[in-house]
Design a protein around this ligand. Structure first.
Ligand code: FES
Ligand code: FES
Length: 158
């Protein structure tokens, strides 16, 4: 089947998609968007997180056919057109919240959505928003620092 949807603001088509194909596979293997990572492929780790019509989802659990006519934003869609890092991306760099980086794209997408919905989140809000994203490297404290930093910078910019 053919699937037509919007990815990071651009209309995209994927042909010959088979029924069991995941959105994660389509993004990585057909569209050349490797930012969403494939770790568990079982909805457990969050490294494949993207936004589907604004809502964070594990793209490994979404069938490609389900995204027909819908809007997907991946981590590649967070940076500006000129490659400038978004506030949350820069905060992850500055707070040292990236080690191996495998979990980072999913965390960035989840954190970006949180800050859009809740610009000044409490620590409980941050923990809840990121609860589906596993990291084996950082111990999470620097990730929490990064989201706090992004929130503070967003507030200053307003
Ligand atoms: S790869 Fe999708 S949740 Fe782990
Ligand atoms: S930085 Fe390595 S898994 Fe999170």
């Amino acid at each position: 089947m053919r699937v037509t949807f919007t990815v990071n603001g651009r209309r995209q088509e994927a042909d010959d998609v088979w029924e069991g194909e995941s959105l994660l596979y389509v993004l990585r293997e057909r569209m050349g968007l490797p930012g969403s990572k494939n770790a568990c492929e079982q909805g457990e780790c969050g490294s494949c997180t993207v936004r589907l019509d604004g809502v964070p989802v594990c793209s490994c659990l979404v069938a490609a056919g389900q995204v027909e006519g819908r809007e997907v934003v991946t981590v590649e869609g967070l940076a500006g057109d000129n490659g400038e890092l978004s506030t949350v991306q820069q905060a992850f760099v500055d707070a040292g919240a990236v080690q191996c980086g495998f979990c980072t794209p999913g965390l960035l997408v989840a954190a970006d959505e949180l800050l859009e919905r809740c610009p000044q989140p409490s620590d409980a809000d941050i923990r809840e928003a990121l609860s589906g994203n596993l990291c084996r490297c950082t111990g999470y404290e620097k990730i929490l620092d990064a989201v706090r930093l992004a929130a503070a910078r967003t507030e200053q910019a307003v």
